[in-house]
Write a protein that binds this ligand. Sequence first.
Ligand code: NDP
Length: 472
Amino acid sequence: MTEATTLPLRNPRTGQSDGELPVTSAAEVAALGVALRRAQPAWADESIEQRCQRLSALADALAARREGFLDTLLADTGRWHESQIEVDGTIAAIRRWVQQAPACLAEKPVQQEAIPFIQTQQTWVAFPVVGIISPWNFPLMLTLIDAVPALAAGCSILAKPSEVTSRFVPLLREALEEAGLGEVFALVTGAGATGQAVIEASDQICFTGSVATGRKVGEACARRFIPASLELGGKDPALVLSDANIEHAARALAWGSFVNGGQSCMSIERVYVEAPVADVFIAALVKEAAALELAWPDPKQGQIGPVIAASQVALVRNQLADAKAKGARALTGGELIDHGGVWCPPTVLVDVTDEMTVVADESFASVLPVIVVADEAEAIARANNTEFGLSAAVFTQSPERAQRVARQLQAGGISINDACLTGMVQTAEKQSFKLSGMGGSRMGTASIRRFVRARALLINTGTASPWWFPAA
Ligand code: NDP
């Protein structure tokens, strides 16, 4: 069977195919890998300040093309407001790395050891080619989030965005050329087979996507003995405790669950509310959800964009049908809306049980099941009763209670009296627990250390060996 040379592009607002995406063949990916490996030593030999100057130029080149990126992201994802946050947030993140990277990888001077004639020096060696495989929910940001610190560290980049949302690729190539990064950053397009070719051509992989694909990627990397940073799915819980500010919690959770149509890895996908405040909380949440409008027909009006990936539609529809068949009630939304593309209106579900797929599995949609619990202990136990461990949220007005509860949650980022703060505040280190991922922190300045190997120089300045062997 001959491999496809193009894939159809689908507009999620209309559901119609409106273009074609070229597929980079495995042979072309391999050739790009060779060229990147050839260019990388000169890049790594530049000082980190010089590399950061080019990253600064990349931020400028992205800013100069802001409107173009917004158009491509709108065409691929169907949403406007989040695209602005995505483009502006990506530029800000590059500028932050330009400030922070030099100190993170500064080489220490030679150290004198306790043995008088022995000195050591710690150095860092960049991985030659870092492969990036990214998903469709924040296409630009998740293609650059690991690439930028890796470039600062002296690596070259071979990136494959999702086939669902690759329209920004030509514009990003243009920006990379303008910034003088064209030789050390190659973008390829295509689906899973192109992703596999990226793994074969790289020395390290940063993958963001589902657990199912992440497992395949992790296995392929293990076979090649190359490190894999896996950032995978979540089923993030929020705990609304009896002393929470209820209006504040309802508002934060409506946004934390429904923004980007719920298509964020750290979306809140389950709420556990203590019984004494359950009725008042559910009423407040319903009020917030009902006030959100579909961004239809004008993408610049309303807050909720379409379901981005066609493959998601059946998943969400099945979860809603399963929940209803097992007795759940939708207090808002509850049915997908077909405008050519498909919309999931903000859906608050009650009378849900742990047997429902909407409680157990990742939804990646604006669907929020609310579960009433007897007390804090039950809330913690049920929040932890999942194979995922990405992030979570706790609402309480007691700082002591917040600390106590947050420290018992099995997840890497816990927002207190807010939701999804890990998406907005990227300075604190966090790792994924359980099936939500593997590898060092993507957040915080330590993230850059994933892209270098430590090399020690061990220097004898005097006595000949074997000085360490006892004299006869
Ligand atoms: P997928 O796992 O389907 O795809 C992710 C990427 O892997 C895409 O570029 C995809 O290509 C590619 N791919 C598919 N098959 C293979 C393969 N066999 N080998 C190598 N690469 C392959 O994820 P989605 O795009 O559906 O993204 C949604 C998921 O991402 C959700 O589970 C979400 O939770 C997670 N996510 C996690 C984040 C985190 O930081 N933890 C952040 C954002 C999302 P193609 O799309 O072209 O098929």
